[in-house]
Design a protein around this ligand. Structure first.
Ligand SMILES: NC(=O)c1ccc[n+]([C@@H]2O[C@H](COP(=O)([O-])OP(=O)(O)OC[C@H]3O[C@@H](n4cnc5c(N)ncnc54)[C@H](O)[C@@H]3O)[C@@H](O)[C@H]2O)c1
Length: 275
């Protein structure tokens, strides 16, 4: 119970990695505030998390013996984020941990990206992380204690075609994280980011489905081939699962990492070193 007495806000908690982070922090004793947009986002070409999925995460935390509060929150809206933080404070009295995990994605050649889709990517993936940090940091500053973990990507430091807006936003998350680490250090707040490699969540499945189909493969075979080509670890050992990212985040929000701030931690099965 490394996080007993702590309160954590996790954005994008309805499904995927966010759900895994919520369960992992709750199992360590944190009371969790689970935020998700619970509706689709204009110009993003796949369904986002739903109210039912957010309710499922909430139920799973409670069944595991934890305390959870679900809030509908679009991280690209300052009013929504401020309200989510207020709800955390009214329900649990403090806020110690932020996991700024929510994001959207889309595939498009850079010369064809619609302006509205570029804006969506920046609004959710970059401005949404800044807003989450801005409002979560205020009570942390008062407490003189806080742990913030943002979610970038291996695409925060490397590139591949047809994802320029996503890549720009994830590079931006690393810069933002480093800037905040310096500004918030005087208040005993650590700010770090994780860079997941490819994980077969709903986001990845939705985006890779048309590519897999064009190659005559199932989505799962496409994923298996990708990781075996690109990862340092091979075979079953190559698969990255949400729990791998949650474990890194648990380390970054625990006191074992007290001297780590402004760091970008790749959880990528060795992809950045192998390619
Ligand atoms: N899946 C991968 O391969 C991969 C790789 C590297 C980084 N990442 C990053 O990991 C994080 C989690 O991704 P995932 O794979 O679990 O994706 P996912 O699409 O399964 O989950 C993302 C969640 O964020 C929510 N969300 C989206 N926009 C939101 C908004 N405006 N406000 C609040 N919630 C919003 C969605 O509803 C969804 O529940 C993201 O930051 C993603 O960019 C994913």
């Amino acid at each position: 119970m490394r996080l007993e007495g702590k309160v954590a806000l996790i954005t994008g908690a309805a499904r995927g990695q966010g759900r895994s982070h919520a369960l992992t922090l709750a199992r360590e004793g944190a009371r969790v505030v689970l935020a998700d947009i619970c509706q689709d986002y204009p110009t993003i070409p796949y369904p986002l998390g739903t109210e039912e999925q957010l309710a499922t995460t909430t139920r799973m935390v409670r069944e595991a013996g934890g305390e959870a509060l679900a809030v509908r929150c679009d991280v690209s809206s300052a009013a929504d984020v401020e309200q989510a933080v207020q709800q955390a404070l009214s329900e649990f009295g403090r806020l110690d941990i932020l996991v700024a995990n929510a994001s959207v994605n889309a595939i498009s050649p850079c010369i064809e990206i619609e302006e509205a889709q570029w804006d969506a990517m920046m609004d959710v993936n970059l401005k949404g992380v800044w807003l989450s940090c801005k409002y979560a940091a205020r009570p942390m500053i008062e407490q003189r204690y806080g742990k913030i973990v943002t979610t970038s990507s291996t695409l925060g430091v490397k590139v591949q075609p047809n994802l320029a807006h996503y890549i720009a936003s994830k590079h931006g998350v690393i810069g933002l994280t480093r800037a905040l680490a310096v500004e918030l250090a005087p208040y005993n707040i650590n700010v770090n980011t994780v860079m997941p490699g490819m994980i077969n969540t709903d986001m990845t499945k939705s985006l890779s489905a048309p590519i897999a189909e064009s190659l005559g493969k199932s989505v799962d075979d496409f994923y298996a081939d990708f990781v075996s080509d690109f990862h340092a670890f091979k075979g079953a050992r190559a698969e990255i699962v949400p729990q791998d990212i949650s474990d890194a985040i648990l380390f970054l929000v625990s006191d074992e990492s007290r001297q780590i701030t402004g760091h970008a931690l790749a959880v990528d099965s060795g992809m950045l070193v192998a390619r």
